[in-house]
Design a binder for this molecule. Sequence first.
Ligand code: ZN
Length: 283
Amino acid sequence: MRLANHDGRATIVIEGRAVDVERASGGGLGSDPMLLSDLANHAVLRDLAAAAKPADWPALEEARIGPPVPRAGKGLGVALNYRKHAAETGRPAPDEPALFGKTDNCVCGPFDPILLPDGRDQVDYEAELVIVFGRTAKRVAAAEAWSYLAGVTVGQDISDRAEQNRPPVRQFTIAKSYDTFGPIGPCLVTVDELDEPDALSIECIVSGEVLQSSNTADLIFDVPALVEWVTRYLTFEPGDLLWTGTPEGVGAARSPQRFLRVGDVVETVIGGVGTMRNPIIAG
Ligand code: ZN
């Protein structure tokens, strides 16, 4: 299934049409998009999808799509999790995942503007696969990891490098959590939709130039390994997000460096999952 937040309402996307969950279920399920992240609702959603006649429903419109998980209980990101990205930063590949917080205020929709604060001139892009937990997860074995996920979505881990690397203590969480620094979407895509969930193409295109082009098969800690590691210590709940890291090609590591400017358009593409397009505006 492809699940979306259309006009702020839980929606199943079928053939480009927006099937409203509350109306299709006759009120059996509500309208809050957060219900899409709860695997307890997926059997009913599948029944609704099977019964829906797409022609009866309006077209899905980009301008009306919000983040598929608008109020995550928590969000964590993984630093240096692609082999070639670790290499381009000049740092050794980590032995264990290195995590930071990505707070809920930063989450915005897949076609929303990203606000570039005045005077910040080292703001960077990071295309990422974002996984969405679908049931309570504690001490999950890697082999079971995918079954704990409501699905995956596309994300951009926008990062202010000047703040992230400001001495004496590096500030990953703040530098990656400014308002609008975490667009996700357009859909929450259930795992069964993916032919090879551990090998998804991932790209970032800024104002028409392909700056990142990789595959999640280059992850140092893949999705099962990450889920096993993070749930050793923390309980994850439906709707919690994990940003799995970005591949090589970030602006800070390029020569010359390429940071985001007002007027840029950031496209983030994951094969089989979707495409986001976010303009950079002053803010
Ligand atoms: Zn990142």
